[in-house]
Design a protein around this ligand. Structure first.
Ligand SMILES: NC(=O)c1ccc[n+]([C@@H]2O[C@H](COP(=O)([O-])OP(=O)(O)OC[C@H]3O[C@@H](n4cnc5c(N)ncnc54)[C@H](OP(=O)(O)O)[C@@H]3O)[C@@H](O)[C@H]2O)c1
Length: 433
């Protein structure tokens, strides 16, 4: 292929982890990228907050812009790359101005897309512009392309996986080192693997952002972030991890979206995953996404979901598409064709559940608790009572047979009200597919 001399000129807003990585990748692989894209891709302007900061990358020849929104109207910028972050604020202002100025937008910002993706997709579509965001979900893993292109012919009924490297890292270390959640989190923060404010990660919000985007692509639906129930990993104890392993499972923070009977179910929750499932073998900060299509079967994507290199790899792949002239609806289908799917109630879901309670170590307690389950129509597949807890109680772990979720929750509420039970019971889902 001959390389056209007209370069694609980009403006980058945000020169942190990802922005720095994009500058570095475009410089280091410039020749290869130009040959694949059919034209060189050059950075003509950049913006960040602190001009004096050393970013470890050469910014020679690039104009510095103090107000990121200015990038949208510069004549030397053909495409804007938004790498600031945050659902609103300067990132959203820049995104709106870029598309309104008739320029393509590339972003890694899942929070912004989860909240404003429908609006931005509509503006891009009306203007016939690319809006690309491969890096926003699972970092370097080409899962957006996987769904939008590779699996495009399939009816997709389920998409799920591990989309937050921080949670997977914490759970992996808790297992490997037998440490508590708080100790591993503190160490991860000290080493820079977890944010100073880790709540978006550990409370499942970041996974929920990504899941809502994947669900829209997979099911031809409108993005419904508000419809994702998010539960995080704070309540998980080393004893849960140990007990799960003894039962043949590994605990993971799973984001799950399904369509059943025309209803959309979206939830982020810790789940017990069978040890031989590829999701269970995804350790450390790796991400994994599973897509189930009616003709292709189970697709499994695994790789680095974060970090400068992998995320830049996805951002630059989007830029290469734009340089090649690839324009298509941002959410695969025109916005008007996306379904507003009703939300599926969790109450009627059926599955097996892991329950952990701390109970008074005295005769009759077990009979009382199992009666609560029986009265709610929940039967027990296995039950283990483990040594004495710090408060003098005993830890009781149960796995239920398949049961209706509302019935399990009702029995848990009943058990929690018993004077024999100390502290809130813990319930986790068992991934049986
Ligand atoms: N980090 C990852 O591995 C990863 C993976 C996937 C997706 N993402 C997404 O990529 C985006 C960037 O993440 P990051 O980790 O690179 O963040 P980061 O390291 O915190 O960098 C953010 C950058 O934005 C700049 N910035 C902040 N406010 C600004 C403003 N008003 N105008 C111009 N620049 C501004 C900051 O400037 P200063 O440097 O001067 O402070 C900084 O360079 C986020 O949406 C994130 O969710 C990140």
């Amino acid at each position: 292929m001959t390389v056209a001399t007209t370069a694609l000129k980009i403006g980058i807003a945000g020169l942190g982890n990802v922005g720095g990585g994009v500058v570095k990748l475009l410089a280091q692989n410039a020749d290869l990228i130009a040959r694949r894209a059919g034209r060189p891709i050059i950075v003509s302007a950049v913006s960040a907050r602190d001009r004096s900061r050393d970013r470890g990358v050469a910014l020679d020849g690039m104009a510095w812009v103090d107000d990121a929104a200015e990038l949208a109207k510069r004549s030397d910028v053909d495409v804007v790359v938004e790498l600031i972050g945050g659902s609103d604020g300067p990132a959203l202002t820049l995104a709106r101005r870029t598309l309104s100025a008739g320029k393509p937008l590339v972003t890694a910002n899942k929070a912004m897309l989860a909240h404003h993706g429908m609006e931005l997709a509509q503006i891009a579509e009306n203007a016939g512009l690319p809006l690309k965001y491969e890096a926003a979900v699972a970092g370097g893993i080409p899962v957006i392309k996987g769904i939008a292109e590779g699996a495009a012919a399939n009816r997709i009924t389920r998409v799920y996986g591990l989309m937050n490297g921080t949670c997977n890292y914490i759970l992996s270390r808790m297992e490997a080192e037998g440490l508590g959640f708080a100790a591993v989190l503190a160490d991860a923060q000290a080493q820079g693997f977890a944010e100073a404010d880790p709540s978006f990660d550990i409370d499942g919000v970041d996974t929920a952002h990504k899941l809502s985007i994947l669900a829209a692509l997979a099911f031809g639906a409108r993005i419904d972030f508000a419809g994702v129930a998010a539960h995080g990993i704070r309540a998980i104890e080393p004893a849960d991890i140990e007990q799960a392993a003894a039962l043949g499972f590994r605990i993971k923070l799973v984001g799950l979206a399904e369509v059943q009977d025309g209803q959309l179910f979206q939830r982020v929750h810790p789940a017990l995953v069978p040890l031989d499932h590829p999701v269970a073998t995804t350790m450390g900060s790796l991400n994994a996404v599973v897509v189930e299509g009616d003709f292709v079967g189970r697709l499994f994507f695994q790789g680095r979901g974060a970090g400068a290199g992998p995320t830049a790899s996805a951002v630059v792949a989007d830029l290469i598409d734009i340089a090649r002239g690839d324009v298509r609806p941002p959410l695969v289908m025109p916005v008007a064709d996306l379904a507003a799917l009703p939300r599926a109630p969790a109450a009627d879901r059926r599955g097996r559940y892991y329950l952990r309670l701390t109970v008074a170590d005295r005769a009759g307690v077990l009979a009382e608790l199992t009666a609560s389950l029986r009265d709610c129509g929940v039967s027990i597949e296995s039950l283990v009572q483990r040594g004495t807890a710090a408060n003098g109680g005993a830890m009781l772990v149960m796995v239920t047979h398949e049961a209706r979720e509302a019935d399990v929750l009702a029995s848990l509420a009943h058990m929690a009200a018993s004077p024999a039970v100390a502290g809130p019971p813990v319930m986790m889902h068992i991934l049986d597919f």
